[in-house]
Design a protein. Structure first.
Length: 388
């Protein structure tokens, strides 16, 4: 069992203990310092964390320390090891829960993550942004084009894989341009080393692309092509068809795309209930104070939480608050129990598999994906991925 925030050691532990609980503001208690991991500086997720941090400092004298991570593992590793309280990422929360992609390695496996709140903005969580001079209107035009592939970011790359599937394409149908991180992927398009990049509509680096000589254009995903939509959702079932109305170059009538929660604030199951409760309450109570202070901030609204559609179970501290304000329905509770049962199926399958798994890394992951797929099918649960 990995140690969590309350068991920190070394310098970080000392600093947190010296400036720890409690800070009182009404009925909300917070430690002197709360730590999140998030996407890198310049992204909409990081900017929203900073905006929320300003509220925490002003209203509760609590410092929100935001640790940027350029890929999925670097954002979730400090959460698992207890060096941060929360992680504000994206689809990596689902991939880590599922033990997929980089999280299917022996060092990881399915993670029992817990949701706190999420953001469903007027923009979008992930789509294809292209250079305006690349002549890419729909996904069908992506064939043969240069698409960025971010090292160590399987959720981004798998998102691109799913969006390519809209047109029946795969990574084999485009020219893969490998980059070292998300900001580098946008820079590759600006520098004319790539034509397209996957990211959120409100991502700040897209402003740089818009201002560059190449210009910015968002790819359209018409929703009336039901077969194409289904190809995307079969790979990303937590995504929804969505009309984005917020983001550079997006017209007022919007652009048909897909979207999912981003940022998605998560924690570990043994996080302090009082801390999770307090953070959930702050995000709801002070929404009006931070919603317009960062791109996409309006997506934290309570009416966009959709608990009954969640794919990750919620932490008891968050559930407690949602119950108090009358937002936790019978449908939400039913979905909560289904998600908890799914995590148990995955945990049991992992324990059974690793006891006699091959040592070779590739063989290990391939065998695990087969075992995972079989366990979920036996439990009559959606596998998400084929037997990779």
């Amino acid at each position: 069992m990995h140690c969590r925030v309350r068991k920190l050691t070394g310098i970080l532990a000392v600093s947190l203990l010296m400036a720890a609980w409690p800070v009182y503001a009404g009925e909300i208690e917070l430690p002197r310092t709360v730590i999140w991991s998030a996407y890198p500086t310049g992204t909409s997720g990081y900017s929203q964390a900073v905006a929320i941090g300003s509220v925490l400092q002003r209203e509760y004298r609590t410092n929100l320390r935001v640790i940027p991570g350029r890929n999925d593992v670097s954002r979730l590793s400090p959460l698992r090891s207890g060096r941060v309280h929360f992680s504000a990422g994206g689809s990596e929360a689902v991939y880590a829960q599922e033990g997929m992609l980089n999280f299917g390695e022996r060092a990881w496996g399915p993670q029992p993550l817990r949701a706190v709140m999420w953001n469903l903005s007027d923009g979008c969580s992930f789509t294809f942004a292209t250079a305006a001079d690349a002549d890419i209107e729909t996904v069908h035009d992506m064939r043969g084009k240069r698409l960025t592939w971010v090292q160590g970011a399987p959720s981004l790359n798998n998102g691109s894989r799913a969006l390519l599937a809209y047109a029946g394409l795969s990574w084999d149908d485009v020219e893969k341009v490998e980059v070292g991180g998300y900001p580098s992927s946008v820079q590759a398009v600006i520098d004319n080393r790539a034509d397209a990049v996957g990211g959120s509509c409100n991502s700040a680096p897209f402003r740089q692309l818009e201002a560059s000589p190449r210009g910015l254009h968002f790819v359209r995903f018409p929703h009336d092509d039901e077969a194409a939509v289904e190809r995307v959702l079969s790979r990303l079932p937590w995504f929804l068809p969505h009309v984005a109305t917020e983001g550079p170059t997006i017209p007022t009538d919007g652009v048909e795309m897909f979207s999912s929660p981003y940022p998605f604030l998560i924690t570990m199951p043994d996080a302090e209930e009082e801390l999770v409760y307090a953070m959930t309450r702050v995000l709801h109570r002070h929404y009006e104070q931070y919603k317009n202070n960062a791109p996409g901030g309006t997506g934290w609204a309570m009416d966009r939480q959709h608990f009954e559609k969640a794919f990750v179970p919620y932490h008891p501290g968050a559930v407690r608050y949602f119950r108090e304000i009358g937002e936790w329905s019978e449908a939400a509770e039913q979905r909560q129990q289904e998600n908890l049962a799914r995590q148990q199926v995955l945990a049991d399958a992992w324990q059974q598999y690793v006891s006699d798994a091959p040592e070779n890394g590739d063989a290990f992951m391939q065998g695990w994906m087969r075992a995972r797929h079989a366990a979920l099918q036996e439990a009559d649960m959606i596998p998400i991925a084929e037997q990779w």
